[in-house]
Ligand binder design. Structure first.
Ligand code: NDP
Length: 403
């Protein structure tokens, strides 16, 4: 590959830049672009200070771009001669960046499904409303697009494909579970973009059961699960991107996503919601129109600022039940990741790190040709084997607990 363009220099963009630089022999020159140039320059400085550039002669440089403007993205791709874009900007930018990729025949990876500003409770399946409409165009232009390749969505989709391919003949249920047992010491903060994070928690929960999507109110269903190393944690059923592609590619009676929240988090969340501060409907303040959730985003801690004080571990995995050779089988396939270790290596907390590592693993697989499929796919449609082999080499190991 000659060049790679990362769009977005937040927590995930920063971790992605570090991991790409560690593999710049294969990935080529790296441009980190975002709305705010200073953020990109600060990340690049940190990449150099940490000695994370594998090939010292390879370039890691910055650019300013508004990714909502197709022309600006096309110009930037052309100027930087990029072969591949890693979109880790806001999910609002997916469509414009995809269109720019199609115009320039540049491969495309992202980590979150498209969102329309101000829109909540999108009808399922979310990918069909926007991204999948581009499927024919990707084939026509011979462009590879891999949707949702962070950890969840992303690595967990590959976990499901791997279990389906090697470990369980007939899958009954898939429960994707994500628990952050770490602590950042702040009163209240979100681990990634507050607007995206708080919206996904506020929305009705959609999951897949018996051939259709089912809707329930948020935080209305929870279970306690005993996670490897972390012990018992309460997790809540939540709507999430994976549920909008997995049922179409991996047959299962029920597919559900669960996330752990501390009592403190739930308490703050409920107060903010009751006060109307999670709303995306503008209110008038002294003659100015203000969107409450955007105001909240400004006053909450910047997710990337949590990293230095974060301690503890994250566990994300898939509890998959079914039968193998006519016998019942239960598998928990998972990754554990330590906040402090991530910070030492890349200056990021584990949520950003666990998103970046699968993304950069996929970038290398596209560069090598293993995942250069020249069509638009979700992760579980790809062969999971090269991914499961390479991801540990990039810093995230995985394991299986079987019963
Ligand atoms: P942040 O809000 O910290 O960073 C987003 C970055 O994108 C910022 O640098 C921002 O620039 C930039 N950006 C936003 N809009 C534009 C635009 N129009 N043009 C150019 N740049 C833009 O988010 P995170 O880093 O925490 O998350 C990034 C993405 O990763 C999100 O889509 C999130 O949903 C996804 N994610 C996926 C996960 C997974 O496991 N699949 C887990 C966690 C996150 P500026 O600061 O200048 O405004």
């Amino acid at each position: 590959m000659t060049g790679l363009l990362i769009i977005g220099a937040g927590g995930v963009g920063s971790a992605t830049a570090h991991k790409c630089a560690q593999h710049n022999e294969e990935l080529g020159d790296i441009c980190l672009a975002s709305r705010t140039l200073d953020k990109c320059d600060a990340v690049i400085k940190a990449v150099n200070i940490k000695g994370n550039k594998q090939n010292q002669l390879g370039r890691v440089f910055s650019a300013q771009v508004d990714a909502m403007d197709i022309k600006q993205v096309v110009d930037l791709i052309t100027r930087t001669q990029s072969d591949l874009i890693l979109n880790v900007a806001s999910p609002y930018c997916n469509k414009t960046i995809m269109e720019a990729c199609l115009k320039t025949r540049t491969h495309y990876l992202d980590t979150a499904v498209y969102e329309r500003e101000g829109n909540i409770n999108e009808l399922p399946p979310w990918y069909a409303n926007y991204e999948w409409k581009y499927k024919d165009d990707f084939i026509k232009h011979g462009v590879t697009g891999v949707l949702g390749i962070g950890f969840d969505p992303g690595a967990v989709n590959a976990f499901c494909a791997y279990v389906h391919k090697h470990l369980i003949d007939t899958i009954d249920t898939i429960d994707i579970m994500d628990v952050n047992a770490g602590s950042h010491g702040r009163f209240f903060a979100t681990n990634f973009d507050p607007e995206t994070n708080l919206r996904e928690i506020t929305e009705d929960v959609i999951y897949w059961e018996n051939g259709k999507f089912v809707k329930i109110p948020h935080h209305s269903k929870s279970v306690t699960y005993d996670f490897p190393q972390l012990g018992e944690h309460r997790v809540y059923s939540m709507g999430h991107d994976e549920l909008h592609s997995l049922p179409f590619n991996i047959p299962a009676k029920r597919i559900e996503f669960w996330m752990g929240f501390s009592d403190q988090y739930i308490k703050c969340f409920n107060v903010l919601k009751e006060l109307g501060l999670l709303s995306n409907r503008p209110v008038e303040v002294e003659g100015k129109s203000i969107v409450p959730i955007k105001l909240l985003k400004v006053v909450l801690p910047d997710p990337s600022s949590l990293a230095p004080d974060y301690v503890g571990k994250v566990c994300i995995g898939c509890l998959i039940r079914g039968t193998q050779g006519g016998k019942d089988k239960e598998i928990f396939i998972y990754t554990l990741c330590d906040h402090t270790e991530c910070y030492k290596e890349t200056g990021s907390q584990a949520i950003s790190y666990t998103t970046a590592v699968p993304l950069v693993t996929a970038a290398i697989l596209v560069a090598r040709g293993d995942w250069n499929v020249q069509r638009l796919v979700n992760v579980e449609e790809l062969d999971p084997d090269p991914f499961m082999k390479l991801m540990p080499q990039l810093g995230l190991d995985w394991d299986v607990r079987e019963s």
